[in-house]
Design a binder for this molecule. Sequence first.
Ligand SMILES: *Cc1c(COP(=O)(O)O)cnc(C)c1O
Length: 495
Amino acid sequence: MKSYHSTRNKKLTASFHEAVLNGIAPDGGLYVKDNLQDAKINLDEMIHYTYQQTAEKVLSFMMDDFTPEQIKECITNAYGSQWSHKQIAPVIKAGDVNILELFHGPTSAFKDIALQMLPQMISQSLKMEPDHKNILILTATSGDTGKAALEGFKDVDGLSICVFYPDGLVSQVQKQQMVTTTGNNTKVVALKGNFDDAQRTVKVSFADKELNETAFNHNIQFSSANSINIGRLCPQIVYYFDSYLQMVRNNEITLGDEVNFVVPTGNFGNILAGYYAKKMGLPVHKLICASNHNNVLNDFFTTGTYDRNRALKKTISPSMDILVSSNLERLLYEFSESDETTASWMKELNENGLYQIDQDTLLKMQDIFYSGYCKDEDCAAWIKEVYEKDNYVMDPHTACGYKVLKDYIDKTNDKHKCILLSTASPFKFCKDVLSSITNKVPEDEWQCMNELEKISAHSAPVQLQLKDAPVLHDTLLALDEVKDMLTVMISEGTL
Ligand SMILES: *Cc1c(COP(=O)(O)O)cnc(C)c1O
């Protein structure tokens, strides 16, 4: 059942498992599915579903060439005891705002939702290919995604993973999270260079002929855990449904009422999953897109012009410091309903760094999407205010969403209930959170963690309390030593 195809060419079709294994379509487009409105998800009968049951319902439609047993196995492995909250993603209340906490997974950030699931999907997909190879994931990280990928891929059948990070350029906690990773198929390497160097080194390795030959001879194929993989997007649709059902159970809304979702956005994956949920029948009024000071998306939703020709600003919400939101391509396809039009905009983006959509398409988008952005000083001010007023500590990404939510209500007076997606634990960004609230900020991050525990009256998630955890990875390499290391690792089968 080849129900997926490229955003740039409808004739380039794939089944779900092929789309997961390919990652990106052969023409550079992203895989999409056309019949989302046929999902037939009956909320009535799901009121008392657990997160896992809702996942089964939603994902059976998306993973349409998997057997029910395969889907169940993926879900059981992805959303089990590695989550510190039994509801997986609880909706809690801070003052009058409903907050969907997506950070109770093994790395305390929302990427766990997708990255606990993707490796399960890849592992099952491999079993569906007659003479498949084992997969070696190579990833460069500026801090957060690398650890989430390591936790997702560790000890999964047929897969192994090697993560590269720039030496000295990730935070103390991020480094400790990575170098203490267990698992018999994980490798973490510090590189002498910056993040761009690390990324380039991974790209060069992917393209290296000798290295690929060595891998082929040892029954290994390279792959990436890229955020544009359809397998990362699908699991994110689930929490839109699940949080809606929680809102009904909490008597915040009545079944059938429309709600708004406010989403701190970078690569546009999270909020796109919300749009998919709406298309699949979830009663959604507005999707509110919150950017940080890198406000490319806000400009796009306001003017219809996407322009990446600007300097990247470093902010205190680093996971949203992005100039090209790759998953936006899927939205362009949805609204233009044309593979050719999508392909031409993407060509312009590639060649000139900018494209302009037509007025009609823009108006249709504005009907559903509201957008806004948040500068660092506002972000810090809202962290402090919500802490003081509601005794709730937000991480900086969530705070960007909070600010845009407040702007939206001030501006529109919309009475629909809003759900704010919280994408990280504040303990993951101790220093910036603490300095938003007080001016007593220790230099050492572990001390910051202790301080934040004191003022928030919560303990830090156990998976972040790693100060004294044993270091299991201490490889430090120059960029030109990576090829040799990979060759040895592959030949000797040490991963
Ligand atoms: C990745 C990330 C985001 C942005 O999500 P997208 O799917 O890229 O829009 C927001 N907050 C945190 C903490 C993240 O790690």
